[in-house]
Design a protein. Structure first.
Length: 153
């Protein structure tokens, strides 16, 4: 599956990881799944979206805005994006701004966790220093050697 939505910390920090080819259809499915989950929550949560292993992605800002509404959901206290590709970083920042949000983007989880711990120290256990697939990101250059951008919707 090109994406997985799970709890990094149950009902406190939602973690969505995308891998490989990202299309508008995949983003739409993930957005709908995340919206359905957020609608069931009693309390607001932090949201982390990890796109470090994405190898291909759309850059249509209009289409991306339409399939990224979950990050503006009232149950998202603060949304973070883990992204290393400069073009994807710029594209996602543009989408966040179009949704009226301040982009919180980090290249690795240690910087992001430091920011989150400063804002909500009770949310992150001191023992958490990396995410489930952090070892895969050490080979970022190899994984992204053939990164492609698509303009299709």
């Amino acid at each position: 599956m090109p994406y997985q939505i799970s709890w990094l910390i149950e009902e406190k920090i939602l973690y969505t990881e995308y891998t490989g080819v990202m299309s508008i259809e995949i983003l739409r499915a993930a957005n709908e799944e995340k919206l359905a989950l957020l609608d069931t929550l009693a309390k607001a949560v932090y949201d982390i979206t990890d796109v470090r292993l994405v190898t291909r992605f759309p850059i249509s800002l209009i289409a991306l805005k339409e399939v990224s509404t979950a990050i503006a959901h009232h149950q998202i206290q603060l949304a973070y994006l883990l992204v290393q590709c400069p073009v994807l970083r710029m594209t996602s920042a543009s989408v966040a701004c179009a949704l009226g949000l301040t982009p919180h983007q980090y290249a690795d989880e240690s910087q992001m966790l430091d920011h989150l711990r400063a804002r909500a120290p009770e949310q992150i256990p001191a023992t958490l220093s990396a995410f489930p697939r952090a070892d895969a990101y050490e080979t970022y250059e190899a994984a992204h050697a053939g990164i492609a951008i698509t303009t299709s919707h």
